[in-house]
Write a protein that binds this ligand. Structure first.
Ligand code: GTP
Ligand code: MG
Length: 149
């Protein structure tokens, strides 16, 4: 079953939004299988955003992500990659519809609170980058049959 890498960025942690963000994914029915707090190294941040290496905003992006603690999360469930991106909203919070995480909590693109994998392939790469296999929990929530038919 599908997994996505979700990360509360330093702005979201400083602003106390971690609980609310986890709550939204839990309420939707997604299963939390990985969770840790860390201050990422520049090497980890650069690898995470490797697709943007060389773009004008890349150095600022790495500075920002390494400026404080992040909360790295893995959620599992049906269509979690695409649905997670829908829940998060557009890259620019001001262009995101109300009800999305970025619209409900953000204004500037460089302070957009949360990361979500953009494809199943990205999710697999990012999960392997941020977590060891033994940091991901394998379990079946008792509510599963009340979330999926
Ligand atoms: P992530 O979930 O963080 O990967 O955001 P995203 O997938 O919505 O956007 P993308 O991967 O294209 O860009 C990664 C991050 O770089 C964004 O979240 C923005 O903070 C930043 N970013 C992207 N495009 C621009 C840009 O054109 N200018 C600036 N200043 N920042 C950008
Ligand atoms: Mg992205």
């Amino acid at each position: 079953t599908e997994r996505s890498f979700i990360m509360v960025k330093p702005d979201g942690v400083h602003r106390g939004l971690v609980g609310d963000i986890i709550k939204r994914f839990e309420q939707r029915g997604y299963k939390l299988v990985g969770c840790k707090v860390l201050v990422p190294s520049r090497e980890l941040a650069a690898k995470h955003y490797a697709e943007h290496d060389g773009k004008p905003f890349f150095p600022k992006l790495v500075d920002f992500l390494t400026s404080g603690a992040v909360v790295a999360l893995v959620f599992e469930g049906k269509d979690v990659v695409k649905t997670g991106r829908t829940m998060i909203g557009a890259t620019n919070p001001l262009a995101s519809p109300p009800g999305t995480i970025r619209a409900d909590f953000g204004i500037d693109m460089g302070r957009n609170i949360i990361h979500g994998s953009d494809s199943v392939e990205s999710a697999m790469r990012e999960i392997a980058l941020w977590f060891r296999a033994d940091e991901l929990a394998d379990y079946t929530p008792v509510a599963t049959a009340w979330i999926y038919e």
